[in-house]
Design a protein around this ligand. Structure first.
Ligand code: TK8
Length: 351
């Protein structure tokens, strides 16, 4: 409890420092975006513009569902105009989430993994080989556990409205086909900006390097790194097959997307408007899951034509699982032991 509390305050301090520094070290973009956002809201009279930022490309199941969200909101209310910005045009997941805290962006739908930098408990979703299939993911996320996780965002000036889906992650690389644990040894693999992913890939014998998704294609193209891991639709839509030769069905972790809204923006809305936005986020999220699950198989089929696909046997996957098991123990305290146990018990109950 004590540890958790001090972690919380440390986190708050970190956020405050980030906020004070403008939340970005490399460019002036967020400041510009902030100015644009304020202008967008003020200049449109009674109609409020909600800018929605995502990292994936046009045509990705998440982008298709974001358009669905726009459609639902705009047909149900005259109060809002939704603008979808894909491909990280506004910012990468982590920066976009910081912008929500400052009220300089209205909506983003990041993978949960960068959200760990704001709410450590989100690390449960990064624990490898825990969610066995999409049905269990739905039950865990749509039940009381998922609601509780959404609630934890409030302290960060963010409102969590719904669970969408990025999906099961798979390994691609440029060096060799990966059929066994030994094949992973020495591969430099890009991970998300998340300590658990970094440790999991190190435990598998790889050299993990955290890089923002927006920088990933160039890093693969320039050969700075050998490989990366993402769900099939993302590998296809981001055209990673153009700069990667091998792919294996590692299925090592399920990543949800979480629909986030800026709390300062949320608080300016009437209750009726909040209900409308929440319902549209949930409905578009259901649609996102449908499109994504169909897209997962379609993308796999297409990718098999573009790169060499290696099926890893269930016995071999068990060896991967054993290799990363200590990572769960290592991170349990940082995530919060109680929440880890609750998460694992919930998966067990729903399986
Ligand atoms: C898109 C990200 C991305 C994620 C990653 O913004 O960084 O690898 O899988 O899809 O959320």
């Amino acid at each position: 409890m004590k540890v958790k509390k001090s972690l919380f305050w440390l986190g708050m301090l970190f956020i405050l420092v980030l906020a004070a520094c403008g939340g970005n070290d490399s460019s002036t973009e967020p400041a510009n975006n902030e100015a644009q956002a304020v202008e967008a809201v003020e200049s449109s009279g009674d109609v409020k513009t909600l800018r929605l930022s995502i990292g994936v490309n046009e045509g990705h199941p998440q982008e298709i569902a974001a358009q669905k969200f726009k459609e639902l909101v705009e047909e149900r209310s005259e109060d809002f105009k939704v603008e979808v910005y894909h491909s990280g045009q506004i910012a990468d997941d982590r920066t976009a989430t910081e912008m929500l805290q400052l009220g300089s962006l209205e909506i983003t739908i990041p993978s949960t993994s960068p959200v760990v930098n704001f709410v450590p408990e989100y690390g449960v979703f990064d624990l490898p080989f825990t969610i066995p299939n999409a049905e269990v993911a739905d039950k865990v996320l749509d039940g009381p556990f998922g609601d509780k996780m959404l609630g934890l965002l409030e302290s960060q000036n963010i409102v969590g409205l719904a669970w969408w889906e990025n999906g099961f992650r798979q390994l691609t690389n440029n060096e060799r086909p990966v059929a066994t644990l030994e094949d992973v040894k020495g591969l430099s693999v890009r991970t998300m900006e998340n300590e658990i992913h970094i440790d999991a890939w190190a435990a598998l014998g790889a050299n993990p390097t955290p890089i923002a998704f927006t920088e990933l294609f160039a890093a693969l193209q320039q050969g700075t790194i050998d490989g990366q891991e993402n769900p099939y639709p993302n590998i296809e839509m981001s055209r990673f097959y153009e700069v990667q030769n091998y792919m294996s069905n590692t299925n090592h972790v399920y990543t949800p997307f979480v629909f986030l809204m800026s709390k300062p923006v949320w608080e300016e809305m009437t209750e009726e408007q909040q209900t409308l936005i929440r319902e549209a986020a949930v409905e578009a999220g259901q649609y996102n899951r449908e499109v994504n699950r169909q897209g997962d198989q379609e993308s796999l089929d297409k990718l098999k034509e573009e790169l060499e696909f290696t099926e890893i046997s269930p016995e071999e996957i068990q060896r991967f699982r054993d290799a990363v098991a200590p990572v769960i123990e290592k991170h349990a305290d940082a995530i919060g032991r109680e929440i880890v146990e609750e998460y694992l018990a919930e998966i067990e109950n729903q399986s």
